[in-house]
Ligand binder design. Structure first.
Ligand code: ZN
Length: 669
C-alpha cells in the first residue's frame, strides 16, 4: 500500500468523500464517512466479486459503445441515454478501489469523448431534437411514442460529470455539467414544461434528477440550482399527475400503496402495478442529498419512512425485492415462485439508499441490510466471470441473463450492478468522528483515517461457516500510538458475540449494535472478534408453512447441481429448535452446508449468491421449501400470497388466504 498517497487522499476524503472541496458545505455532517479512495482491499467473498467485475467489465469492456448514441442521437423513446452515466459512476467507484495509470487513461478518454458530443446549446443527449423533453400526460407506459427517458438519461450524464469533477477538480467538466443543466432548465422548469410529465412512471424517473441537481448546487454554490431542487420537490405535489412522494412518505405510506396496485386485466410486465421500485428509490436518494445539504428534517423523515416501508414490506430473504420491477408488498408474497423477482437495479438502489442512511445516521441496521443484499441478492446476480448480470432473479426457479437489446451492449442492470458492488470497500470500513467503524469481516486490510489520525488494520477474515473469528491487527499508527475508537458492528444475525483485545478480558456485546472500543491503541495491538450463530429456520412472513434457512449473513438455497433432491420436501431434524448441520466444501460455491433430515440423510445447501449460477435449468434454485410432501413445490401464480395445495400442515393452513385479506389482515404492523 502506498502510504504517502493514502495520506494525501485521507484528508481530502474527510471533506465529504470528494477530492476537491465543494463550494457549499453540507448543513448536516455525516455520522460515518465512506472509507477514502485506495484505503481498503477486500480479499474475501466480496473481494472476489470485485476482482471479477474489474476483469470482466470495468477494465475490459468496450466503452466506446457507450458514447456512440450520444454522437448520433438516434433515440425517440428508449433509454440508451442512461448507460454512459451509470457505467461511468460505477467505474469511478472501482477506480477509487484500485486506481492505475491505465485505468485513469481509460476514464479520461471516455469522458473527453462524451464532452465532444456536447452541442453549442450545452445539450448532451442521445435523443433526437424533435423528441427531447416530450410530455407524457398519463405518466405511465401506455402512450407509445410519448414515452421518454430523455431527462432520466441526462440525470445519469450529470451524475457522471459531477463524480468525475469531484475527484479531479477539472473545471471544464464542471462547466460542461453546468451548461448541460442550464439547457435542461431552459426547457423544463417553473412556467415551462412540467418535470413530472417529462418521462415515465408518474415523474419518478424524470424528477430523480434531484440528486445531481443538489450535488451541482454544492459543487458550484449557485443558488439557482438549489431553487431548482426545491421546485422539483414542489412539483411532486403541484403537478397534475401529482406523485406526491414527499407527503406520502411523511404520512408513512407503504411504498406499494403509493401508486396503483396491479390491474388484473393486464398480463406480464404491464400487470406489475405502478409503484416502480428503482425510480421511486432514486427520488429518495435525491431527497437524502437535499437533507444533507439543507438540514431540513422533513426530508430526513421522509427518507427514513421510505426505507422503513421497504424494509418492513418489500425486502425478501435475499435482501432484494420487486416483481416485474415494481413494489408488490413483496415481503409477504416471496414464496409465490414468480420468475421476475429482484431486479438488479432494485437491489442496487436499496444498497445505495442504505449507504446514504448509514452515513447520515450511523445506525447499524443499514449495514445489516447492505450485508444481506450484497452477500446474497447482489452476488447472486453477477456472473462468476464478472462480465454480465442477471436482469431479475427468482427465489425459486432459474436465473436469466439481463437481456442485451441495446446498441451500447449494456443494460440498466449491468451498469447498476457495479455502481452498488463497488460500494463494498467504502462500507466495509468507515470513518467515524472519533475513530473508525468495521462493518464487514471478510479477509481485508485498510488504512483508517479519522480526525487527522491514521492507522492500518488487517483482518484475517471470518466467513461464519468454516470460521467464526476474525482477528485484527493494528499497526502504522502515527507516532506508534493514539487514542481513538473502533466500532465493531455486531450483526443482528449473531447469537453470541465475544471480543477481546490483546488476548485479555472478554467482552460480550449485544447484536444489532456497534461495539465501541476506545483506548490508547498501539502498533501491534490485536483484537479477536467472534460472532457465532447456528442455522436459523426462517418462516414465511405471510404465514404459510414454507420455510427457508439462513446461516450468518447467508440465505441458504438448494441448487440442482449440488442437491439432486432439491425439489423434494425436507423434514429437518431439530435439536433445541435448531437444525443440525456440518460444513461442506464445493468448488463452485462460496460456502456450503449439509443439514440433517429426520430420515437420517443430509440435505445440501449453498449460499444464495452461489446458487443458480449456470443461468440455466441445470442449476435451478429452491430457496423456500416445505417439510411436507403435499406442499413441496412453490405455487406458480404471481402476486398472490403463499399458497400450495390447500393442505394443512401443523397449525398453519397453507392456502385459501386471499390477497386482500393478506393486505389487511394478520400481517399489518
Ligand atoms: Zn435494471
Amino acid at each position: 500500500m502506498k502510504t504517502f498517497k493514502i495520506f494525501a487522499l485521507c484528508w481530502i476524503a474527510l471533506l465529504g468523500q470528494n477530492l476537491c472541496a465543494e463550494a457549499v458545505k453540507p448543513a448536516v455532517e455525516n455520522a460515518l464517512e465512506f472509507s477514502a479512495p485506495e484505503s481498503v482491499k477486500l480479499d474475501g467473498i466480496l473481494g472476489g466479486a470485485l476482482d471479477a467485475a474489474l476483469r470482466g467489465d470495468v477494465l475490459t469492456s468496450d466503452i466506446d459503445m457507450l458514447i456512440a448514441p450520444f454522437r448520433t442521437r438516434p433515440e425517440t423513446r428508449r433509454w440508451d441515454c442512461e448507460f454512459w452515466g451509470k457505467w461511468f459512476t460505477g467505474a469511478l467507484l472501482a477506480y477509487d478501489y484500485t486506481p492505475s495509470f491505465y485505468f485513469k487513461k481509460r476514464l479520461d478518454k471516455n469522458i473527453a469523448e462524451l464532452l465532444a458530443t456536447q452541442d453549442a446549446e450545452g445539450s448532451i443527449t442521445t435523443y433526437q431534437k424533435a423528441h427531447e423533453f416530450k410530455l407524457n400526460p398519463k405518466g405511465w407506459l401506455t402512450e407509445g411514442d410519448k414515452n421518454s427517458w430523455d431527462l432520466w438519461g441526462r440525470k445519469y450524464t450529470l451524475l457522471g460529470l459531477l463524480d468525475y469533477y469531484s475527484r479531479t477538480g477539472d473545471a471544464k467538466v464542471l462547466e460542461a455539467a453546468k451548461r448541460h443543466t442550464d439547457y435542461i432548465m431552459d426547457h423544463v422548469g417553473r412556467g415551462k414544461k412540467d418535470i413530472v410529465q417529462v418521462g415515465c412512471w408518474f415523474g419518478c424517473a424524470s424528477t430523480s434528477i434531484l440528486e445531481p441537481i443538489v450535488l451541482l448546487y454544492r459543487a458550484t454554490g449557485e443558488k439557482k440550482y438549489l431553487d431548482y431542487a426545491y421546485w422539483i420537490v414542489e412539483s411532486w405535489e403541484t403537478s397534475p399527475i401529482k406523485p406526491d412522494l414527499l407527503n406520502k412518505a411523511l404520512k408513512n405510506m407503504e411504498v406499494f400503496d403509493m401508486f396503483e396496485h396491479p390491474d388484473p386485466k393486464y398480463q406480464g410486465y404491464l400487470g406489475g402495478g405502478k409503484s416502480k421500485a428503482y425510480e421511486m428509490g432514486s427520488c429518495f436518494e435525491g431527497l437524502a442529498e437535499l437533507y444533507r445539504t439543507t438540514g431540513d428534517e422533513k426530508f430526513k423523515t421522509a427518507v427514513l419512512n421510505h426505507a422503513r416501508s421497504i424494509r418492513d414490506t418489500e425486502i425478501n430473504v435475499v435482501g432484494s425485492g420487486s416483481i416485474q420491477e415494481r413494489w408488490i408488498n413483496g415481503k409477504f408474497v416471496q414464496t409465490n415462485g414468480d420468475a421476475h423477482w429482484n431486479e438488479v437495479c432494485v437491489t442496487a438502489t436499496w444498497i445505495k439508499l442504505c449507504g446514504q442512511l448509514l452515513r447520515l445516521t450511523a445506525d447499524p441496521q443499514y449495514a445489516d441490510h447492505i450485508e444481506l443484499s450484497m452477500y446474497n441478492g447482489l452476488l447472486g446476480q453477477i456472473t462468476e466471470n464478472g462480465e454480465w448480470w442477471a436482469g431479475t432473479t427468482p427465489l425459486d426457479g432459474v436465473r436469466k441473463f439481463s437481456p442485451d437489446t441495446y446498441c451500447t451492449k449494456k443494460t440498466c442492470c449491468t451498469t447498476n450492478g457495479i455502481r452498488s458492488l463497488f460500494l463494498a470497500p467504502k462500507i466495509a470500513y468507515m470513518a467515524a468522528r472519533d475513530g473508525a467503524a468495521v462493518n464487514f469481516y471478510e479477509k481485508s486490510s485498510a488504512r483508517l483515517c479519522f480526525g487527522g489520525k491514521h492507522a492500518d488494520i488487517v483482518c484475517s477474515g471470518a466467513d461464519f461457516i468454516y470460521n467464526d473469528t476474525a482477528n485484527f491487527e493494528i499497526s502504522g499508527i502515527d507516532g506508534g500510538a493514539a487514542k481513538f475508537a473502533i466500532y465493531f458492528r455486531i450483526p443482528r444475525w449473531c447469537e453470541f458475540a465475544e471480543i477481546s483485545v490483546n488476548g485479555g478480558e472478554k467482552i460480550f456485546p449485544k447484536s444489532g449494535e456497534y461495539c465501541k472500543i476506545e483506548r490508547e491503541w498501539k502498533d501491534g495491538d490485536t483484537v479477536a472478534v467472534s460472532l457465532r450463530s447456528g442455522i436459523s429456520v426462517v418462516k414465511d412472513p405471510a404465514g404459510s408453512d414454507f420455510i427457508c434457512l439462513s446461516k450468518a449473513m447467508y440465505t441458504l438455497a438448494q441448487d440442482k447441481r449440488f442437491e439432486p433432491d432439491f425439489a423434494k420436501p425436507a423434514r429437518l431434524k431439530l435439536e433445541n429448535g435448531k437444525p443440525i448441520w456440518k460444513p461442506a466444501r464445493l468448488k463452485d460455491a462460496r460456502v456450503a452446508v449439509d443439514v440433517l433430515l429426520e430420515n437420517g440423510k443430509w440435505r445440501r445447501f449453498v449460499d444464495y449468491g452461489s446458487a443458480g449460477k449456470t443461468f440455466s435449468a441445470d442449476s435451478e434454485i429452491r430457496t423456500w421449501f416445505k417439510q411436507n410432501a403435499e406442499c413441496a413445490k412453490p405455487a406458480l401464480h404471481s402476486l398472490r400470497p403463499a399458497q400450495c395445495c390447500g393442505h394443512k400442515a401443523g397449525n398453519v393452513a397453507c392456502g385459501k388466504r386471499g390477497f386482500a385479506k393478506l393486505r389487511r389482515g394478520a400481517f399489518s404492523r
